[in-house]
Design a protein. Structure first.
Length: 557
């Protein structure tokens, strides 16, 4: 058995630590609290969005579990930036950067107060990988528990999500939705606390980390406002104390086989392209080799099984009713595609957890192996003259045929959005949005406002959009993101001009600018991109330190 107080006893034991104890007594700690391990309970509560709005209550339940199991909980908060609220504005530049700040702040609190273990509560998109990055970095006993999905809204008798609102903007712009209907949808799409309800980025990453094993099996399925959520959180608090006593650490869980399971879960559910960035970043923190090519290799062997929004029929709540992500993992286990021996924070292997899945009879969310939605996974990695380091195409629910498009080039998202709303984008166009990468943005904004408007205008499979920025998990259509190298560092996307022919060929994994190589080199030699307006502060610092999207857009010295 490990010394459960190996870290915290340095902070609070002995006569020389009387000052530390005195300050802790001021906020309610008592003699008995000092004799128990200090367990961090980290969350990202914020009063502007539903995704994390329940975190204070969730933390109270985790703390109940920690105390029941003999620990002293230490609650603290990190930050969050709402992708859905910031989308389409300058504020979206802060979103991906917040992932690094979440990880850094959890690290600093944990180091600064010599905490013995960690329970990290996550909600909105970047808090989920940020918390797991911190767990991998600190490598003290701990786990991540997702705060749960929002319930679906209701509009004209149908379940709706925030993705429907963004697409409604496009419908409204072309006269297919009235002012009154748009307002009614807006008022009803998000009925309470919880993260966005489709297989968007939040639920994608919750899925991935349950499959990886750093979240307790079955914990991600329970909606945010469901009465079962209290016991999920209390159990997380109790379980972290067992991990502490057994000295089970995150890097024992975050292994190469476990990361491959996470990728398989993303591909089998048609999840968000953001999973590529986030799993690359987690792998780096855990010192596990992982590349873009691994995603393509795994996707090619993984059937698409879950019929989930934004491209499919069902919400995260429907997945819960079907039996949760464990039903998908059971399918992968039966197909011998799951690395079954990978351990999880429950103390059981992921194979054992998947084998015990309870599937609801007659459910139609997760298809049987003999009838997959598609024989391969929900995204592919493309390379070629436009993306020498690679890029990501989400193909879930869409055809895989090669197509040519005519470039319409924009150097920032707002200009592209204005063109879409002005009905200037026509069938056969490829909207090119550049200088929105990790350095060029800076911050690699998501493009849901633009992609949602394109879908809403009925152009889903009639136009393409390519960018060195990102897409929301709610994005669907003929969309290519994470083009690397990005325009700001001289990537070939900087050389694209209006009228150029662009080939997107998912089968051959190609993204090509159809000009001669010497013409491409000549254009790049004369390119002068826009100058960044961020000279100081967090965005400027990030631009100096961030790596390529092909490496997870992580910051490093």
């Amino acid at each position: 058995m490990a010394d459960a107080r190996a870290r915290s006893r340095v902070l609070i034991d002995g006569p020389d630590r009387a000052g530390a104890r005195a300050m802790m007594r001021a906020v309610g700690y008592k003699d008995e609290d000092f004799k128990r391990p200090l367990v961090g309970v980290a969350h990202s509560w914020i009063e502007i969005m539903p995704c994390n709005f329940n975190h204070r209550q969730l933390a109270e339940w985790v703390k109940e579990g920690v105390r029941e199991a003999g620990g002293t909980p230490v609650e603290f908060s990190t930050i969050s930036v709402s992708d859905g609220i910031a989308m389409g504005t300058e504020g979206m530049k802060a979103s991906l950067i917040s992932r690094e700040v979440v990880a850094d702040s959890i690290e600093l609190v944990t180091r600064g107060h010599l905490l013995d273990a960690l329970v990290c509560i996550s909600g909105c998109d970047k808090t989920i990988p940020g918390t797991v990055m911190a767990l991998a970095r600190m490598d003290i006993p701990g786990l991540m528990v997702y705060g749960g999905s929002i319930m679906p809204g209701q509009f004209k008798g149908k379940d709706v999500t925030i993705g429907d609102v963004f697409e409604a903007v496009g419908k409204h712009a072309v006269g297919q939705m009235s002012d009154a209907d748009l307002l009614e949808l807006e008022r009803n799409a998000c009925p309470g606390a919880g993260a966005c309800g489709g297989q968007f980025t939040a639920n994608t990453m919750a899925t991935a980390f349950e499959a990886l094993g750093i979240s307790p099996a079955g914990s991600s399925r329970v909606p945010a406002t469901d009465q079962r959520r209290r016991e999920v959180m209390r159990q997380a608090g109790r379980r972290v104390m067992e991990l502490l006593k057994e000295d089970v650490r995150p890097r024992q869980v975050i292994t190469r086989p476990a990361l491959e399971n996470a990728i398989r879960a993303v591909m089998a559910t048609g999840g968000s392209t953001n999973a590529v960035l986030h799993l690359l970043a987690v792998a780096r923190e855990a010192n596990v080799p992982l590349t873009l090519d691994d995603f393509d290799r795994i996707s090619a062997k993984t059937p698409l099984l879950a019929d989930m929004k934004p491209w499919g029929k069902y919400t995260a709540v429907d997945m819960d009713k079907a039996g949760g992500i464990l039903v998908v993992l059971k399918r992968l286990l039966d197909a011998k595609l799951l690395e079954a021996q990978a351990i999880t924070v429950t103390g059981r292997t992921i194979g054992e957890e998947a084998a015990a899945a309870q599937e609801t009879k007659g459910q139609t969310v997760v298809k049987p192996l003999r009838e997959p939605i598609a024989p391969t996974g929900g995204m592919v990695i493309l390379k070629g003259s436009l993306a020498p380091e690679g890029c990501v195409l989400k193909v879930a629910g869409h055809r895989m045929s090669a197509e040519r498009f005519t470039a319409r080039v924009f150097d920032r998202e707002e200009d592209a959005m204005a063109a879409v709303l002005a009905k200037e984008i026509k069938e056969g166009d490829c909207v090119v949005i550049r200088y929105e990468g990790p350095k060029g943005g800076p911050g690699m904004r998501e493009m849901l406002s633009v992609t949602g408007a394109i879908v809403g205008e009925g152009l889903t499979d009639k136009v393409a959009l390519i960018t060195d920025g990102r897409f929301s998990g709610a994005t669907h259509g003929h969309m290519v993101a994470h083009i690397a190298p990005e325009a700001a560092v001289g990537g070939p996307i900087a050389a694209v001009r209006d009228g150029d022919s662009i080939l997107i060929d998912p089968q051959k994994r190609l993204l090509e600018l159809e000009i001669k190589p010497e013409a491409l080199r000549a254009r790049l030699a004369t390119v002068e991109g826009p100058k960044s307006v961020y000279k100081t502060g967090a965005l400027a610092k990030y631009a100096r330190l961030v790596s390529s999207a092909s490496q997870g857009a992580v910051t490093s010295l």
